[in-house]
Write a protein that binds this ligand. Structure first.
Ligand code: NFE
Ligand code: MG
Length: 503
């Protein structure tokens, strides 16, 4: 029997996402992923002072503002021909890594983890952990009052096969509450160097305006130690335990088989990064060629030309365009859809092989999961990759803190040329992020962003190829069309941010 299922809005993600799926005999045969909102940041930037760019683009998102700020200052570094001094590079790395870790913890505990946890088990809790007692009493009173949101912040849930082990369920709920405090520590770690978060005050072309003091380094080390304990002793073990309870999800959620990552976390002033760039296409790793990036708009509500490179990109909204179904453009690399994100970063680094720390960490994770590398291309692989990346980045942050030299410069001077252009390629928590700036008469003449969730949640392209999430939903079993939990798990494994994607 054929069914059409529409989930709109998809909750526990960032932004406005709708998903329409067709099923036949309980399996998804086709999916359309819809970005339901337009924002217009690329138009807002036109005609402005170039130094507005790293401030304005950070407002694309409250989840990954640091990364938009960094992509913007990298584009301007290139346009002005400048390179930050070591302290400036290290402060950018620290803030960006702190944001990745904060984002991953938020995604697993506050957004996607509830797809697996049987929250109702808290109502029969008989222990005396004050946080769980409070959660139990809240859930019970909501259920007794039969309010719309029956059961407090977590219920009702889709009826589904959830975690059976009460200890694991209650443990993850307990960790949900702890994660709120740990993500605050992650924010504080970033804000130590960025003036404030979200939306950093101190990112500028040429480095960071914040200075480095011994007191600040000590404060950062204390925050990092709390984050390290949570990531190593709570987050990673929880992800491995959830994977053990849902083995079928190593076989679900495979997308297009192509992965894209840009260089991120430069370890030296000449740029060699902790995680390398690469385009992994059909299992073969290629160097990234920025000229291969273009955006199709055949199925997007834009009247601008399709297939343009970001250097000559246009964003002209056309909400009544016939045949279109999303506010996302469709980025393609050499005409191919590409999955981006932590999984892409780690698979590229694994194939690249030069960073032996990353390679052996992935091998260790595979051993803990009892799976081959191919199993990473899945719902559970994406969750596991984020947890492992968090652990690796905690170690990087400790090293970068050791490398900071108090009272040394954190930025270099620069002059904005009358005419210039620059590209800033980096990684956001959710994947490959690029900003392109063109300056004329000292003003921004054009600004284009090609953003992680635009890659992952893109609509079909000019050749009718579905986007990565659209492809990954095909083949997913959906037992109950009224409660498509299996599809929800696939969707949330990408950690979509539609606010970013439509920018
Ligand atoms: Ni709004 Fe973002 C990240 C960026 S996703 S969260 O990570 O860039 O498209
Ligand atoms: Mg764009």
């Amino acid at each position: 029997m054929k069914e059409t299922i529409s989930v709109s809005p998809v909750t526990r993600i960032e932004g406005h996402l709708g998903v329409k799926i067709e099923t036949d005999n309980g399996r998804v045969t086709s999916a359309h992923v819809v970005g339901e909102m337009f924002r217009g940041f690329e138009q807002i930037l036109r005609g402005r002072d170039p130094l507005d760019a790293q401030q304005v683009t950070q407002r694309i998102c409250g989840v990954c503002p640091v990364e938009h700020g960094i992509a913007s200052v990298l584009a301007q570094d290139a346009a002005y021909g400048i390179t930050p001094p070591p302290n400036g590079r290290l402060l950018r790395n620290l803030a960006q890594a702190a944001n990745f870790i904060t984002s991953h913890i938020t995604h697993f505990y506050l957004l996607s983890g509830l797809d697996f946890v049987d929250v109702a088990q808290v109502t029969t809790y008989t222990g005396n952990d004050p946080a769980l007692v409070a959660l139990r009493d809240w859930a019970k009173s909501e259920l007794a009052n039969n309010t719309v949101s029956a059961g407090g912040p977590f219920l009702p849930q889709f009826p589904a096969q959830l975690i059976r082990d009460p200890a694991l369920n209650l443990g993850i709920l307990r960790h949900y509450l702890e994660a709120i405090a740990v993500r605050r520590d992650g924010h504080k770690l970033g804000a130590l160097f960025l003036g404030k978060l979200p939306h950093a005050a101190t990112l500028i072309p040429g480095g960071v305006t914040e200075k480095v003091s011994a007191i600040q380094i000590a404060a950062a080390r204390a925050l990092l130690e709390r984050i390290r304990i949570f990531v190593e002793q709570v987050y990673l073990p929880d992800v491995v335990a959830v994977a053990g309870a849902f083995p079928a999800y190593f076989d679900l959620g495979r997308s297009c088989g192509n992965f894209l990552a840009y260089d991120v976390f430069p370890e030296t002033d000449t740029g060699s990064p902790f995680l390398p760039a690469g385009a992994l296409i059909g299992g073969r790793l290629q160097r990234v060629d920025a000229a291969a990036i273009a955006e199709d708009v055949r199925y997007s509500w834009y009247s601008s030309a399709s297939g343009r490179r970001p250097t000559e990109g246009e964003t002209v909204a056309d909400p009544h365009k016939s045949g279109a179904y999303s506010w996302l453009k469709a980025p393609r690399y050499s005409g191919k859809p590409m999955e981006v994100g932590t999984l892409a970063r780690l698979l590229v680094a694994y194939h690249d092989g030069r960073n032996t720390t990353v390679k052996s960490a992935i091998d260790g994770l595979l051993k803990a999961l009892g799976r081959p590398a191919a199993a990473l291309d899945s719902v559970l692989g994406r969750h596991a990759a984020r947890a492992l990346e968090s652990k690796l980045l905690v170690e990087c942050c400790a090293r970068w803190l050791d490398q900071l030299v108090p009272d040394q410069p954190t930025s270099v001077d620069f002059k904005i040329p009358a005419t210039a252009s620059g590209m800033g390629l980096t990684e956001a928590a959710r994947g490959a992020l690029g900003h392109w700036i063109e300056i004329k008469d000292h003003k921004i003449a054009n600004y284009q962003c090609v953003v992680p969730t635009t890659w992952n949640c893109s609509p079909r392209d000019d050749r009718d190829q579905p986007g990565p999430l659209e492809q990954s939903l095909v083949g997913t079993p959906v037992a109950d069309p009224a409660a498509p939990i299996e599809a929800a798990r696939v969707i949330r494994s990408f950690d979509p941010c539609l606010a970013c994607a439509v920018h």
